[in-house]
Design a protein. Structure first.
Lengths: 114, 223
C-alpha cells in the first residue's frame, strides 16, 4: 500500500506538528522549545536537526537560511516549513492512529481510555 | 538583557568541540541556536551555572548524531592512530617488555630534524595549516595552500623514515668499528644494535601515521 520510506516515525510526527504550530518562526531553537514546553520532552538540538534533515530528504519540509543576529552571537539561523506533502503525510498518520485506537476499551489498556 | 549577553560566554571548550564535530554547513546554525537559547531562556530561568551545565549536556547529547557521519572523520583518524599505538604496545609487551622499545634519543632523532626539514621545504604556515586541516574543517583556503600543507606532512614522514634508516646505518658503522677494535664486549654491541634498529622502527611508525594524515587532507580537500 504505502511506501515504506515515507512512513512517519514518532519523533518526525512530533517535529512536523511543531512546525505547523510555529508557522514562520520555526527554526532549531523554537522547535526544540516547543516540544519541551508542550509535551515535556527535552530533546537535544542534534536530535532535532537530524530529524529535520531526514524530513527534508523525504520532501516533507523545506528550509531557508535566515539572518545572523547579535542574539545568536552573529550566527545565521535556518527556518523550516512544512510542505503540502508533509501535511498530507501527517493526515495519513493521524488517520492510521485513529483507526488503531478505535474500539479499544479501558480494560484492554489496563486503565483509562479516551 | 542584551547588554549583558556579550559578557556571558557559553562554555568555550564545549563550543569548540562541537564546532570541530559538526559538519561545516551546520556549524553556524546549531551553535547559533544553542547560543540564543542559552542567553534568552536558560540563563534567566536557571542561572548561569546551571545554564552552563545545560549547554554541556546539549553538546554531549548532540555529538553522537554527528560523530560517525563525516567523510574522512577526524575521530576515525584519531581512533586509527590510537589503535596503531595500542597494538604496537601490545606487541612490545607480548614480546618481552615495553621498555625495550622506548629510547628517547631515537624518538628525538625521528621527530625534531624531520620537522625542521619539513618546515624548511615548505613553511611554518604550511605546518599550521596542516594541523588546522587535519583537526578542523576548513574550506576557505586555496588549493595551493592545501597542497603545501599536504606536502609538509609528506616531507615530514619521508624525512622521518629516511633519517631512521640513516641513523640505523650510523649506529651499524659504529658497531663495526667496535668489532674491529675488539675492545667492546658483545653485550654492549647487541644493545647498540637494538637502539639503532629502534630509530628505524620509529621512523617507519612516523611515516605510517603521517601518510594517513596526508591522505586524509588530500581526500577531503583536493579530490
Amino acid at each position: 500500500m504505502g511506501n515504506k520510506e515515507t512512513y512517519l516515525g514518532e519523533f518526525e510526527h512530533i517535529v512536523l506538528l511543531a512546525l505547523i504550530r510555529l508557522g514562520k518562526d520555526a527554526y532549531g531553537m523554537t522547535i526544540r522549545m516547543e516540544i519541551d514546553e508542550r509535551i515535556g520532552r527535552s530533546v537535544s538540538i542534534g536530535a532535532v536537526y537530524t530529524t529535520l534533515e531526514r524530513l527534508e530528504k523525504k520532501g516533507l519540509i523545506l528550509s531557508q537560511m535566515g539572518e545572523a543576529t547579535p542574539q545568536r552571537g552573529g550566527k545565521a539561523k535556518k527556518y523550516f516549513e512544512i510542505t503540502p506533502a508533509g501535511k498530507e503525510k501527517l493526515q495519513e498518520a493521524r488517520k492510521s492512529m485513529e483507526i488503531m485506537w478505535q474500539g479499544l476499551n479501558p480494560e484492554m489498556l489496563g486503565g483509562a481510555c479516551a | 538583557m542584551p547588554s549583558s549577553q556579550q559578557e556571558v560566554s557559553v562554555p568555550q571548550f564545549c563550543e569548540n568541540l562541537f564546532f570541530m564535530i559538526l559538519p561545516r554547513d551546520l556549524r553556524d546554525i546549531l551553535l547559533g541556536d544553542l547560543y540564543e537559547e542559552f542567553h534568552q531562556r536558560i540563563i534567566p530561568e536557571y542561572g548561569l551555572q546551571k545554564a552552563r551545565w545545560w549547554y554541556r549536556g546539549q553538546v554531549l547529547k548532540s555529538m553522537r548524531f554527528y560523530l560517525l557521519k563525516r567523510k574522512g572523520d577526524i575521530m576515525f583518524f584519531i581512533f586509527s592512530v590510537i589503535v596503531f599505538i595500542l597494538l604496537s604496545a601490545l606487541a612490545a609487551v607480548l614480546g618481552g617488555s615495553l621498555n625495550h622499545f622506548i629510547n628517547t634519543p631515537s624518538i628525538i632523532l625521528v621527530f625534531i630534524p624531520p620537522f625542521i626539514f619539513a618546515v624548511a621545504a615548505t613553511s611554518v604556515k604550511a605546518w599550521i595549516l596542516s594541523l588546522k586541516l587535519l583537526f578542523i574543517d576548513q574550506d576557505s583556503h586555496e588549493q595551493k595552500e592545501i597542497k603545501e600543507a599536504s606536502r609538509f606532512l609528506k616531507v615530514f614522514g619521508n624525512m622521518s623514515l629516511t633519517l631512521g634508516i640513516f641513523y640505523t646505518l650510523f649506529g651499524a658503522i659504529q658497531m663495526l668499528e667496535s668489532f674491529a677494535a675488539q675492545e667492546m664486549a658483545s653485550n654492549i654491541i647487541l644493545r647498540s644494535s637494538s637502539v639503532c634498529t629502534l630509530t628505524m622502527l620509529y621512523g617507519i611508525a612516523v611515516k605510517c601515521v603521517l601518510y594517513v594524515a596526508d591522505q586524509r587532507i588530500r581526500n577531503r580537500f583536493l579530490i
